[in-house]
Design a protein around this ligand. Sequence first.
Ligand code: COA
Ligand code: MG
Length: 289
Amino acid sequence: MRARRALLYMPGDDRHKIEKALTLGADCICMDLEDGVAPSRKAAARRTIAAALGELDFGRSERLARINPVGSGLEADDLEAVLPARPDGIVIPKVETAEQLVWVGERIEAAELAHGWPVKSIRILADVETAKGILNLKEIATAPRLEALIFGAEDLAADLGAVRTREAWEVFYARSAVVIAAAACGLGAIDMVSVDFKNLEALQNEAAFGARMGYLGKQVIHPAQIGPVQEAFTPNEPAILRARQIIEAFAEHQRSGSGIFTIDGRMIDLPLVKAAENVLARAQAAGKL
Ligand code: COA
Ligand code: MG
């Protein structure tokens, strides 16, 4: 499992923010060509991203570029500019069909072959953030090369005519559908942005809720959001201890022939063991084991 607890965006034409991102310990650094960049700055952003990928050391952070939506008319130039600089992955926004992912996958494969890089070494992550995207999750999630689904609440609310609230019940069905589709297809799921970036208490609550839903991480837009988000998506010591206790006790009871047993007055059976294994997998991905 790859740690994608905090996926930090910055406008692709902003070299200062890209350089700053390298110092922040974000799991993923996503240089944007889409909504974070004005139409008149798209060409500058393509050049800035390609140069940054070629020149800068991103350390352990995943190097991602978000292109414009497939069908926008900008996507082919975006890919042509950033693929030769070999990002770790491409983020595709407003995905509505599996064909859009297949189209990008073919462009990526052509670049991999042309440069002699291993085929399938460049990943795809898909933003699902429209009503159509949510309806088509089942086919989108099975597209080849796809590693993660990203849930976009602001775009979805705009598409629905919904009003965004801090509680986020207006997008709850979609937020839930994305994490379910990801689990069904063995993908990671990355939760919505908290746009109110100065309110760290609201961020902590929203991140904790996303983690409880099964999300592996959250999109962030400001350096101050990285720490709280990473904390929310990293199992803490008591959770790790308890997971270990459950797994060890289960193994012992299996040896003695009983499938169900209790710890501290609670029934422990296979689903709880599986949940405990999830906790340890997340802790390990976060470098805590
Ligand atoms: N990535 C990297 N560095 C960032 C950053 C980001 N997303 N957001 C802010 N910073 C840097 C600033 O450049 C500044 O650096 P400095 O101290 O060296 O000058 C520092 O962090 C503090 O920034 P601050 O002044 O608090 O924020 P701001 O008012 O400059 O910017 C935003 C606020 C929202 C415009 C900015 O955070 C941003 O551009 N976020 C990303 C938006 C985006 O990409 N949206 C599209 C995807 S949803
Ligand atoms: Mg969006």
